[in-house]
Design a protein around this ligand. Structure first.
Ligand SMILES: Nc1ncnc2c1ncn2[C@@H]1O[C@H](COP(=O)(O)OP(=O)(O)OP(=O)(O)O)[C@@H](O)[C@H]1O
Ligand SMILES: [Mg+2]
Length: 222
């Protein structure tokens, strides 16, 4: 349960702009995510939250330092079975309805027969079953965010990295939904990291990380 899922040591990210200039976005990042963690990552717009989730999820390689996944294996094997990522931007496949979007990661993992039942059960549990037959273009932004979260959860990964998953929800809906997500995470021993501006979400999570100008403060390194 308390395996180290992700470990970053002195990790940094530098982007090269079209004019050749380098921009430093993350610097000296040291953190661990262990099994069952509940972490909220907060910080101002542009502070590096999405970039940090990207390196922790193995989607981008840090320009210096290391990110490793001691209990999960190497970068190539992480997604979607072990780490599921909920993107800040809309990410549902437009040609697939809600149920088909949520079934997709199971199908990619070779679960062809059980995927419809598992996806339906999860949508029902998250009170999204009324949306099953809708296409993404028929959803509100907040509904699309919740379906994207369901798609991440359906494979029961060891870790969910969710980037502003409630950014388009009113606070009552956001908190009810997060409550259901965390109950599912408890039952299935999933670790959850949520990047958000919503201060109230911190109350749901056990660990508070904050980032400012690319520097991360965690309870261990404050
Ligand atoms: N691919 C990229 N190339 C160049 N600069 C980038 C790139 N991605 C992000 N940045 C810059 O890195 C900084 C951090 O961006 P990031 O998206 O991580 O911030 P954030 O904390 O998630 O912001 P928000 O709360 O608005 O989502 C910003 O200044 C951004 O302009
Ligand atoms: Mg962001």
């Amino acid at each position: 349960m308390h395996d180290i899922l992700v470990s970053a040591r002195n990790a940094g990210v530098e982007f090269i702009q079209p004019n050749g200039e380098k921009v430093r976005v993350l610097e000296g990042i040291n953190c661990d995510i262990v099994g069952g963690d509940r972490i909220v990552l907060s910080g101002p717009s542009g502070s590096g939250k999405s970039t940090l989730l990207n390196i922790l999820g193995g989607l981008i390689v840090p320009s210096e330092g290391t990110v490793t996944w001691p209990a999960l294996g190497n970068r190539a094997t992480l997604q979607p079975a072990k780490i599921a990522y909920v993107f800040q931007a809309e990410s549902l496949f437009p040609a697939l309805n809600v149920l088909e979007n949520v079934m997709l990661p199971l199908k990619l993992m070779g679960n062809l027969l059980g995927s419809a039942d598992a996806a339906s059960a999860l949508l029902e549990r998250l009170q999204l079953d009324g949306l099953s037959k809708k296409l993404p273009e028929e959803l509100s932004g907040g509904q699309a965010q919740r379906v994207a979260m369901a798609r991440a959860m359906v494979v029961k990964p060891r870790l969910i990295l969710a980037d502003e998953p409630t950014g388009q929800l009113d606070s009552t809906t956001a908190h009810q939904f997060l409550g259901r997500v965390l109950e599912f995470a408890d039952e299935n021993e999933l670790a959850v990291v949520v990047a958000t501006h919503d201060r109230l979400i911190a109350g749901f999570m056990q660990k508070q990380w904050s980032i400012d100008h690319g520097q991360l403060a965690t309870p261990q390194n404050i």
